[in-house]
Structure formats: C-alpha cells, structure tokens
Design a protein. Structure first.
Length: 151
C-alpha cells in the first residue's frame, strides 16, 4: 500500500468514528428539578433533606438525614442524574451501594421513579406544594410518607 491510500483510509476511519458518535445533548435536570433545591425539615425537626444543583454535571444532589438525641443516626445520599440517556433517581443509604430508580414521570413540581427489581421501595415519588414537600416510598406490600417544610 502506498502512503496516500493509508492516509485516505485513516482519514475515512477517523471521520466514520467521529460521525457515528452520539452527540452530547443538554440534559434537562436544571430546568426540571431545581424546585427541589434547598433544605427541607420534617415537622419534628429531627429529619430532613437538603438538595443542591451541581451545575458542572447538570445533576441534583441530595442528602437525607435523621437525628436521635442530637446525633445523626441515618443518612442517605440521593441524586437525580442521567445515565445511558435515561434519567434516574439514585439512592445510597448509609454506607451501602447505590440503587437506581428510573424516572418515569416528572413535571414542574413532581416526579415518580421506579425500580421493580428492588425489594423496598419499588417506587419513589416527590411532590412540591408551595413551601411543603411530600415524599412517598412504596411497594405492593407497604408504603411510607414523609412531609417536609422548606427552611
């Protein structure tokens, strides 16, 4: 093979590689979920969630916590993020591994995420009503509701 054919073949392969790559798209996390941002406290003040928008990665990051006698006894890292072109709610309780729930519905003040393969919960829902945030985790057998006020 001469140098021109090798060069042409290399350029062709490079162009096919570049054009076959999926373009990066703007993720709508900022537009769809900034309503979660802030600190939310439960009615007794012993549990709550804090959510922040991470602009560099276009994701929401949250921390849920519960206190007993002034000590944090449980905490959970949460995120709303894109993976493999799908929107997920990720929960990582205490020092356990992350569990991903696909966001199946969302609007200007609510979202629903599900993972039918997880034991409990299978579904996670958040709904904002003014200064109040309601969260519900559920499966076919049980459900638990949380109510928070924005601080």
């Amino acid at each position: 093979m001469n140098c021109n054919r090798i060069f042409f073949l290399s350029v062709t392969i490079l162009m096919l590689t570049v054009y076959s790559c999926k373009p990066v798209t703007q993720l709508p996390v900022a537009d769809s979920f900034r309503w979660l941002e802030g600190t939310w406290l439960g009615s007794g003040g012993d549990e709550g969630e804090t959510w922040n928008y991470i602009a560099a990665q276009d994701r929401m990051e949250g921390m849920a916590w519960k206190m007993v006698d002034g000590d944090t006894v449980t905490s959970e890292l949460m995120q709303l993020l894109y993976r493999r072109d799908k929107l997920f709610y990720m929960a990582q309780p205490n020092d356990q591994g992350p569990v991903y729930f696909e966001v199946t519905e969302h609007g200007s003040d609510f979202f629903r995420a599900s993972n039918p393969f997880h034991d409990f919960p299978n579904t996670i829902e958040y709904q904002r009503e003014g200064a109040q945030l309601k969260a519900r985790i559920s499966s076919e057998e049980q459900e638990k509701e949380f109510s928070f006020i924005k601080q």
